[in-house]
Design a protein around this ligand. Structure first.
Ligand code: ADP
Length: 489
């Protein structure tokens, strides 16, 4: 399966778990909300039931006061309490949902109605008529005796009280039950969401470590392979039996390494062939050149008197061309030699090496060579000799100034040296700064026997072999500075 699918499915799964946790928590908050609402309703129910009972007491004492004194203020208090109780009964019936409570409330209402219809209201009316006639007083006294002194009215009161007690304790019980349910829900939800979060975390960890193991091990193998290729081991390859993106990358890397290996072998072979060719051609060309040189010498020696000045001049030109040809052959041979042989490294005092080079270079004009103290290095003498002699040789060769000045100096860096060969010579125009490093590229007259266009190509080849760079700063007429880096061993 593809790695992208693994990642996608794992994240989908984890997301699903988190969504479930969120949904559960959302549901819990709903339950808590409805319970909080219920609690305030319940408080309202208890408060109303208390007020109802207090109102009945008020009504009793109001009625008693009126019966004893006949004062209206007592009956007003009775009326106010009765009116409030009517409202309370309506409110209560809209607040309760429990069937037992509904039933109890019905019974309370019936008892209340009975108490009022059969006892309090008729008694009150009778009392109002007492002052009108004596017979009315008798009616009142009889009524009072029949209804109140029998204890029936007190039984209704006790019944009402009992019903209210039941009603309230039912309310308290419902409240406790809901509280217990709520606590359980909260605990269950807490445990569930904690469990789900933990499961998501564990799954996330497992998935991540699985992916990291699956990916990083293989990426490490690929990095190793790339490093091996960079170090020149083109036979390195990756064994990956998977069937995902990394497997195809591994396959492509193997393919690339194979192709590189083939191409490098081809390149090596053609380079070897080219070197061989250069060797053979150079050697083969040397003898005809030597032959021509001999013939010129014979002509000059045997026919000196017969030669006209013109022919003498031609012979001189032939000699110059022979020298140029020989220089070219030597240059090609040196170029072909570079990088072919394993060279020994040795401790080299570059001050000595450079002064040896300077002493052996032709100085046909007044040229001053300044060599700043150079380091003692551990390196291949032949290579450094080639680089310095070509650069210093050019600095002397291409100098048109009255006083030619050549400076050689060095800067030391952490892992390498940087050498400079500076001159105040003819300089090089910017478009040629790169071109002059290709073989046979000369900017001077082709006929000049000392100019073959091989020297800088040799320098470049040597530095390429060291994976180091050569830079040129130069302007026509203002001289040139060649700088190159060299590894510290
Ligand atoms: P050669 O010197 O044999 O021609 P090189 O490869 O050494 O070959 O140099 C290539 C060309 O670069 C030279 O022909 C010359 O025109 C130019 N050149 C090299 N060094 C310098 C220099 N220090 N100042 C001016 N021109 C230079």
């Amino acid at each position: 399966m593809k790695i992208a699918y693994y990642i996608f499915i794992s994240f989908l799964f984890i997301l699903l778990l988190f969504a479930t946790t969120t949904f559960i928590n959302f549901r819990l908050s709903g339950t808590i909300n409805s319970n909080t609402e219920y609690l305030s309703t319940s408080t309202e129910i208890i408060r109303n039931s208390g007020r109802f009972q207090r109102n009945i007491l008020n009504m009793i004492s109001g009625l008693r006061g009126y019966l004893l004194t006949g004062e209206r203020s007592f009956i007003d208090s009775y009326d106010a309490s009765q009116a409030e109780n009517d409202t309370i009964l309506t409110d209560l019936s809209s607040l309760i949902t429990d069937t037992n409570q509904i039933q109890l409330l019905k019974e309370i209402k019936a008892l209340n109605d009975k108490w009022m219809d059969e006892y309090t209201e008729p008694l009150r009316k009778a009392k109002m008529l007492v002052g009108v006639s004596d017979s009315n007083l008798q009616v009142f006294n009889k009524f009072y005796k029949d209804k109140f002194l029998t204890g029936d009215e007190q039984a209704i009161q006790a019944d009402l009280k009992q019903k209210f007690k039941q009603f309230s304790s039912l309310e308290y019980r419902i409240r406790e039950e809901r509280k217990a349910v709520l606590n359980k829900t909260v605990n269950d939800t807490r445990e569930l969401s904690f469990g789900l979060t933990m499961v998501s975390l564990v799954i996330a960890l497992v998935v991540v470590s699985f992916l990291v193991r699956k990916i990083s091990r293989r990426i490490a193998a690929m990095t190793q392979m790339a490093n091996a290729i960079a170090a020149g081991n083109y036979n390195a390859n990756i064994r990956d039996t998977g069937n995902d993106e990394l497997s195809s990358l591994g396959y492509s890397l193997n393919h690339m390494a194979d192709e590189l290996s083939k191409n490098i072998s081809l390149l090596k072979r053609s380079n070897e062939e080219l070197d061989q060719f250069a060797h053979i051609v150079s050697h083969d060309m040397k003898s005809p050149l030597r032959g021509i040189s001999n013939v010129v010498t014979w002509i000059e020696e045997d026919h000196k008197q017969e030669l006209s000045p013109k022919v003498d001049q031609y012979l001189h030109i032939i000699r110059e061309r022979i020298v140029r040809g020989e220089n070219l052959i030597e240059g090609i041979l040196s170029y072909a030699r570079v990088g072919k042989e394993e060279l020994e490294r040795e401790t080299l005092d570059l001050n000595l090496l450079v002064s040896e080079i300077v002493e052996n270079l032709p100085m046909d004009r007044h040229i001053q060579v300044e060599v700043a103290p150079l380091p003692v290095v551990y390196s291949e003498k032949f290579l450094l000799f080639q680089v310095f002699s070509n650069l210093i040789g050019n600095a002397i060769k291409y100098n048109d100034k009255e006083v030619g000045l050549v400076k050689v100096y060095c800067e030391e860096h952490l892992t390498e040296y940087e050498f400079f060969v500076e001159d105040n010579g003819i300089g090089i125009a910017a478009p040629y700064h790169k071109k002059i490093f290709t073989i046979f590229q000369t900017l001077s007259d082709k006929d000049a026997s000392a100019s073959t266009g091989v020297g800088l190509a040799i320098v470049k080849k040597i530095l390429d072999g060291k994976k180091k760079a050569i830079l040129l700063r130069s302007e026509p007429g203002k001289g040139s500075v060649f700088s190159f880096t060299w590894p510290k061993y």
